[in-house]
Design a protein around this ligand. Structure first.
Ligand SMILES: [Zn+2]
Length: 253
């Protein structure tokens, strides 16, 4: 089987770039894609709050997307970083959860879950702000009934720590030789060129996209998949470090 794809949209909150979101959702609807939507339960991120506020009932809008089959994910709690811990993924040194005591993490996740439930949204998928979570975050997620995390370096969906991990390490959609990959889009930061690229990719490859449920059903606890994920993860982290030090050297030159 050739590669299969998912799309996730981060930072969904009342304050965001709605015209860009609507433009992308048109292409997803046209080709019947059902992306993962990372909703921030109580957005307090000062940078994100600079975007204009949604005109109308934000929660009604999210419920209507859920009714169309989009996978609503809990994107943290307030999207405010509390630590510089890069967590188990080891990619970004910012976290709303990793490095905090279990009770604090559980409380934050529970508050977020309660807000989403009050608005008629039941989420089983967690999307960590800045891709950062640790073992305690995962324990709290299990206790709260979450089944899935949209993050992971393994080529195929995997089962680890009692949860399903849907592979995610690319932002720009591209054709892969195998596996399942989630392309992570930050609508607020996308350029015109990036939007056009997504539109073209979806038009060309829409038959290769999965729903979140379909991706979940492919999850296995296979060691080979997990080991491949560890190799991919450490390679990507190393590449990131090399790129960072080259940039530093260029800036100081
Ligand atoms: Zn985010």
């Amino acid at each position: 089987m050739s590669a299969r794809y998912l799309i996730r949209l981060d930072d969904i909150a009342p304050h965001m770039d709605w015209p860009r979101f609507e433009r992308l959702s048109q292409v997803f609807d046209k080709f019947s894609l059902r992306p993962l939507l990372g909703v921030i339960p109580d957005n307090q991120d000062p940078q994100l709050r600079e975007f204009p506020k949604f005109v109308g009932d934000f929660w009604e809008k999210v419920r209507s997307l859920q009714a169309r089959g989009w996978e609503i994910c809990q994107h943290g709690f307030q999207h405010v970083y509390a630590t510089h811990d890069c967590g188990l993924m080891g990619v970004n040194g910012l976290s709303e959860f990793a490095g905090l005591p279990f009770e604090v993490q559980l409380d934050k996740l529970m508050c977020g879950q309660r807000i989403l439930r009050e608005h008629g949204l039941n989420c089983e998928t967690f999307m960590a702000p800045s891709h950062s979570f640790d073992r305690l975050t995962l324990r709290a997620l299990r206790e709260l009934g979450f089944t899935t995390v949209t993050d992971g370096f393994a080529p195929w969906p995997s089962i680890e720590h009692g949860l399903i991990f849907l592979p995610q390490w690319l932002a720009n959609p591209r054709v892969l030789p195998l596996g399942v990959q989630t392309f992570c889009l930050h609508v607020n930061e996308m350029t015109e060129g990036q939007i056009r690229h997504v539109e073209q990719f979806v038009a060309d490859h829409h038959r290769e996209f999965l729903t979140c449920d379909e991706a979940r059903s492919l999850a296995t606890p296979q060691t080979l998949n997990r080991v491949a994920g560890q190799i991919i993860g450490s390679t990507l982290r190393r590449l990131k470090t090399i790129r960072r030090s080259l940039r530093r050297r260029r800036n100081s030159a």
